[in-house]
Design a protein around this ligand. Sequence first.
Ligand code: AQP
Length: 341
Amino acid sequence: MSQNLSSEPKRVFSGVQPTGQLHLGNYLGAIKKFVDLQHQHQCLFCVVDLHAITVPQERAMLAANSREIAAAFLAAGIDPDKAIVFVQSSVPAHAELAWILNCTARMGWLERMTQFKDKAGKDKERASVGLFAYPVLQAADILAYRATHVPVGEDQKQHLELSRDIAERFNRDYEAPGFFPSPEPLIQGPGARIMSLKNGSVKMSKSDPSDLSRINMNDSAEQITRKIKKARTDPDGIPSEVEGLEGRDGAKNLIGIYAALDEISVQDVLTEFAGQGWGQFKPALAELAVAKLSPVSEEFTRLMNDTRALDKVLQDGAERAHAISEPIMAEVRKYIGFWKG
Ligand code: AQP
C-alpha cells in the first residue's frame, strides 16, 4: 500500500455547485484561481451536483446547470486538455467514500460547522441529513483523489479544516499512516471574500434575494455598471493607506474587488485613487469589471450553444477522474477490510 505523499507532486481539487447563477464571488474566490493553478499542478475541477441536492433542485434544471458551471470553467480559461473537468455524480468514488468517511467523522465535529447553521436557519429539524453531512462529502471529494491543495473562498476554511481532521482520523483508525494527505486550502488574495454590494458585512451569495447585491457572471455591461453605481459605500473618500478602510465594509469590498480584478494589491489601488470620491472610483471599477468579465461571458454563451462539445469534455473528464480515484478506493476498501477489498 502506498505511503506518505510528501514526495509526490501536488494535486489540486476544487468544486462548484450547479445551483444557479455564478457570481463575482465564485469567480474571484475560486474559478479565476483555478486557471493559474492548472499550469503548475495536476488539477481536477468538479461540478458538485451531489452537493447541490442537499437542498431541493428542479429536475429539469440540474443537468443544464451542471453544463453551465462546466462552460463557466472553460470560459474563464480552464483548458480541459490540462485540467480534468467533470461532474461529481458521474464518478462513483465520491458517494462511496462519503459514506465511509461519515463513519469516520464525529457528530460533534459536524455540529460545529457554521455553514450548516446558516443554511439550515431556524428550522434545523427539517434540513436534510445531506445538508448536515455536506462537509463530509466535501472531504470525500478531495480525498478520493488524495488531493493536496484546495483553492476555495474564505467561507470554506472551516470545512477544509474538517477534511484534515477526517483524513488524519481515517489514517489513525485504519492504521494507514500517511495514506490520506492533509489537504491544504489555497485562500490567499483579495478575491477570497467578496461581500454583498448592498451589505459589506455579508458575503456575496447566489441565495441573496436582492439581485443588486451581486454581479452575476452573465450580467450585461449596463447591469454591471448600474449595480456598481448603486453599491453601498460611505460618505468618506478613498484613503491612502489600508488602515483607512478599517470598519468601512462597503468601501473595503469595492477596493478589494478592484484589486482582485486587476490582479494588484489593495495598497496599489489606494495609491492610485487616494483622495478621490466614489463618484470617480465607481465608474473606473465598472469599466474594469466590464473589461474583465465581458470576454468570459461571451465565451460562456458560445460554449453553451454547443452542448455536445461540453458533454464530451465532461465524459472525458469523468473517465480520467475515475482512473485516478478507483485505485485509491481499492486501497481504501483494503484498509477497511471489506470482502471485495
Ligand atoms: N462571496 C464569495 N467570495 C469569495 N469566494 C466565494 N465563493 C462563494 N462565494 C464567495 C467560493 O466559490 C466557490 C464555489 O462555491 P459553491 O458553489 O460551493 O457555492 P456557495 O459557496 O454555496 O456560493 P454561494 O453563492 O454563497 O451560494 P449560497 O447562496 O447557496 O450559499 C467556493 O470555493 C466558495 O468558497
